[in-house]
Design a protein around this ligand. Structure first.
Ligand code: GRF
Length: 198
């Protein structure tokens, strides 16, 4: 029986597209829902074009009522009955209470070599630190922001003329490769480390 995968996005959804395209043939999982907190997210149209059910729950009307937004989110996910939830460019911070309800089922991709550079602006921070390498990590989602067990990483060398934009662009294809590889293993309960090199 295939594992049911829901993917949460906020924007372009390039990681979501890569995950959906990977779940074919003998892959142990299939996408059942793409959900965005932004009804205008470009990724929603891409998911529809790939025949995956979509849903948008606009977080803006909830204002500071994070619990109200998450109650709606939980209701929608409960209906989709996912075995795995992939956060893929999802830009809302989830509360520990919400995460607890899906404990052990949520993955996220973060554009840094965790535990370095949790949070935002990771490419600029790696450049500012004068790092020689950068990368991305797929990790299990826990109450600690970007702090869960890392399941895989991809590394790239930082070039002398790199900018945050060139780093992000060079890293994105590796994110796609890494996330798909980790999901395929995670779906059969294999949590051994995945390493992707440029
Ligand atoms: C990616 O860099 C991802 O690591 C971060 O959001 C960016 C956009 O991802 N979480 P996507 O194109 O929306 O998948």
């Amino acid at each position: 029986m295939s594992k049911r995968v829901a993917i949460l996005i906020s924007g372009s959804g390039s990681n979501m597209v890569s995950l959906i395209k990977s779940m074919t043939g003998d892959h142990p999982a299939r996408p059942v829902l793409v959900l965005s907190n932004d009804p205008e997210a470009a990724g929603l149209a891409k998911a529809r074009a790939l025949n995956v059910p979509t849903l948008a729950i606009d977080h803006k009307p909830f204002g500071r009522d994070r619990a109200g937004f998450e109650a709606e989110l939980h209701r929608a996910l409960s209906t989709a009955r996912p075995d795995i939830i992939c956060l893929a460019g999802f830009m809302r911070i989830l509360t520990p209470e919400f995460i607890k309800k899906w404990d052990g089922k949520m993955l996220n991709i973060h554009p840094s070599l965790l535990p370095k550079y949790k949070g935002l602006h990771t490419h600029a921070r790696a450049l500012a630190a004068g790092d020689s390498e950068h990368g991305c990590s797929v990790h299990e989602v826990t109450a600690e922001l970007d702090g869960g067990p890392v399941l895989g990483q991809a590394r790239i060398a930082i070039q002398p003329d790199d900018t945050p934009e060139t780093l992000a662009a060079r890293l994105l294809p590796l994110e796609h490769q890494l996330y798909a590889a980790v999901l395929r293993k995670y779906a059969i309960g294999d949590r051994s480390q995945v390493t992707v090199s440029a």
